[in-house]
Design a binder for this molecule. Sequence first.
Ligand code: NDP
Length: 682
Amino acid sequence: MLVESFIEGRWTSGDAAGEPLRDATDGAAVAQMSAAPIDFAAALEHARSVGGAALRALTFHERAGILKSLAKALGAHKEELYSLSYRTGATKHDSWLDIDGGIATLFVYASKGVREMPNGRVYIDGATEQLSKSGKFLGQHICVPLEGAAVHINAFNFPVWGMLEKLAPTLLAGVPAIIKPATSTAYLAELLFRRIIESGVLPAGAVQLICGSVGNLFDHLQAQDVVAFTGSASTASVLRRHAAVAERSVRFTAETDSLNSSILGDDVRPGSPEFELFIREVVREMSVKAGQKCTAIRKAIVPAVLCEPVLEALRGKLAQLVIGDPRLEAVNMGPLASLAQRREVRAQLARLTAEATVAFGGELALHPTGADAERGAFLAPTLLHCSDARAARAVQTIEAFGPVCTVLPYASADEAIALARRGGGSLVASVVSADDALAARLVTGLAPFHGRILVVNAACAADSTGHGSPLPHLVHGGPGRAGGGEELGGIRGVLHYMQRTAVQGTPDLLTAVTSRWVRGARQRDPQEHPFRIPFAALVIGDSFNSGEREVTLADIERFAALSGDHFYAHMDEAAARRNPLFGGRVAHGYFLIAAAAGLFVEPEFGPVLANYGIDALRFVKPVKPGDRIRVRISCKEKSLRAGAGYGEVRWDAEIINQDGAVVASYDVLTMVSERAIPDQVA
Ligand code: NDP
């Protein structure tokens, strides 16, 4: 198998180059990299001018639709991906994290793109800012796609998830990607990429693949390009300081080595559910992917008095692990990704054991099930114990990227926090404790130095996604040594590929820019009740101004009887007078909402199918018996549900009193048929 690149819409063909890439279990040659030359400047230009232009022509919802189609298409190829993934040393469970985890990330971004982004091309970031008393001069942050290319440099340990977790937010943003997978597992990344191209769901130029060196690509980076890197801190440091990156302010985000901690609370006793949880979590993090996870637990920080029971329990569980050929059902832990990686981990272990003792593993003779210990990149899970945690240096600086973890004792919560923070910034920390006050103290102490914190106890253990799993909904990345970057985190991850711009102007200008009606903008008179207008014909700003109705004491009494809400402010004049906000009886807020619906709803059969909620409801001013109210509703935002035959329409609503003062404001959410519903259906 020749691992090829895909540049400017074509697979490159060339001679085989370098050493073969080998099966992690038996050392057999799996593939070889192609030596075809690549014009990196042309690849970047192709991404920007062809891929970028095509993606930017689509709305967020259309791009989300592409992610969903891609996820479905890749789902049909899982079997062959799993089959090839064994060759990287991954067990079935390891591959599930990589392959199913990657596809699930696409699905989550597809769903979030539709639910949390507009069906347009401009993302509205945050609330409108009132910049003048008159309301005629406003500010609004918007985000638009960068017009460059995203260069994704991925690590060897998750060839599938690593590619898809970066790709999903990038494509949703409307930015094309040039992907460079790590060489040692590039054959799996290349297979995935082939299936992406063959699916035919991506526009031309949206993705390209560089297998092998990135050559002089960095020299051609421009200010609209983005680099997202996962790998070692040393490579990140070299790339971040590249002249083009530094001088052209190319966005650079990195996710690098990380010395992650798990802290056992001092409320936990041996034999308790939390104790068992902690032991399970540490063993899982050492054995999944043979510890080759950027999020794996490297430091198990435990109360000094619990050190011995913890070490003993961990030894017992580690001894039960079945290590061997990852294809075998019984095997829990496969080899490292390559012999080179094993050499690297052994070298790091030698440095760690200068100040920590081996509690389990180390140079223990291994007899891997169904495999040869030397031809395959097998390494015993190795537990270290560092009794003088305060003096330890190596454990706070060296990441052995394999099945290696060090137990460190602590005497107080502050010391536990300090030991975790000495990692210099990490991707994740976990706390195992049933004491919420203690856990809260640990969380606030750990948070400045960590990108994610998992707190787990018996109450949530069954539902917990675990210490080591980054989730598309939550940020992945960490400060300092962890690279200082941030990925995922729902729509936050999309915004890394967009420019945030503050726009100032009139309400009409902001409405025109965002396609969302802003209060104070022109109201459009559609010449009929807007509830009679189907989705396709409805225009942003189409408004309806109702007639007036008086709110009487009888209304308040009847509403109290009907709803059962006899709160004194509505029902007891003497008590209501003592209320400093009201000074007398006032109408129920919920009555005003109901009465307002009576004023603005068009009762006849029509394209409005349902009212599915109210957002941002505020009661601004009390309404007293004898006051008169009217309502204005304006079509604020439209979002078509592709293929459903209807769309969601958000109406800006204000209830106004006889003096012209707003007494309540809210958004009414409706579903509206795309076209007029024919008579026979009615
Ligand atoms: P590297 O930093 O060497 O490689 C990471 C990626 O960068 C690979 O795709 C690699 O490509 C690429 N790369 C390397 N040099 C350059 C360069 N000069 N220009 C552009 N791209 C480059 O890390 P490794 O994968 O070798 O892992 C080394 C260590 O990094 C691990 O032992 C571990 O400590 C840490 N690591 C952290 C991960 C995390 O998720 N945080 C994941 C993996 C590793 P190529 O493979 O072709 O060299």
